[in-house]
Ligand binder design. Structure first.
Ligand code: HEM
Length: 230
């Protein structure tokens, strides 16, 4: 229960800030004048990013802690309907975690340093818009993934058939995982390629309305796969 409590608190901190960045900060900053934007990047964004990235670490650690204390990992849990559900959620969450530390934070460090530099009276770095676009694509992709991720987190104990020792068919599991991994890899590859706004492959990350719609469509597709195979 302590792991779960910590998981809720850390998860709210991480995903709450993710939604703040996507639905509030990015559209608002686009309307700021340059000096105000630099001031915000230098003083507001570092604080938000601190809670965001450490919230992500604590979410992963508490999630692993739920698994360690509550699940019989030596047994057939990961082959059970509940185990496949939580593994699907964890796959999405781990890709999101790698986006936070590997893409978003790495890019934001440069954007923050540039803003602090400009405030100190130096020239702006011309490579910043491309770096910021990369972070924006990863951040939108995380918002997109968060919708099915949370479905599978919650569905594990509250929707799918319960009972840790009911195992599913191995061949069906293999095909299910192949399809799920390919879908996730395609969207992650699009994020890493940082396509320009308006490109057809960027529809789901063009604006937050599209991202929300696409998130529910992806949830429906993954749930349908689950129903077909198990
Ligand atoms: C790699 C990262 C993560 C791991 C290893 C993980 C692991 C877990 C595990 C083992 C459970 C318990 C499933 C069950 O038996 O009911 C769970 C539930 C849950 N997780 Fe995660 N999780 C991760 C990321 C996230 C994220 C990012 C969120 C976002 C807020 C989240 C929110 C939840 C929620 C709401 C539940 C449902 C708890 C319940 O039904 O009591 N998790 N997670």
């Amino acid at each position: 229960m302590l792991s779960r409590w910590g998981h809720y608190l850390a998860g709210v901190t991480w995903i709450g800030l993710l939604y703040y960045f996507n639905f509030v900060q990015t559209p608002a900053f686009a309307q700021f004048e340059a000096p105000a934007r630099n001031e915000a990047f230098a003083k507001l964004v570092p604080r938000a990013m601190w809670w965001f990235r450490w919230g992500a670490v604590l979410t992963v650690l508490t999630g692993i802690s739920i698994l360690a204390f509550q699940k019989n990992l030596d047994g057939d849990y990961m082959k059970s309907p509940a185990g496949i559900s939580i593994s699907t959620g964890i796959l999405l969450a781990l890709v999101m975690f790698l986006n936070v530390w590997g893409v978003i934070w790495r890019a934001q460090k440069q954007v923050i340093a540039n803003a602090q530099n400009v405030l100190a009276g130096n020239e702006a770095d011309p490579s910043i818009p491309a770096i910021a676009r990369k972070a924006a694509c990863a951040s939108r992709t995380n918002t997109f993934f968060s919708i099915p991720m949370l479905f599978f987190m919650g569905a594990t104990s509250h929707f799918f058939p319960q009972g840790d020792y009911v195992t599913t068919d191995g061949a069906k599991r293999a095909v299910y995982w192949l399809i799920v991994v390919v879908i996730v890899a395609i969207f992650e590859a699009i994020a890493l390629s940082a396509p320009a706004v308006g490109k057809p492959q960027a529809w789901h990350i063009d604006n937050h309305r599209n991202t929300i719609i696409a998130g529910f469509v992806l949830s429906a597709v993954l749930y349908l796969l689950w129903e077909i195979f198990f």
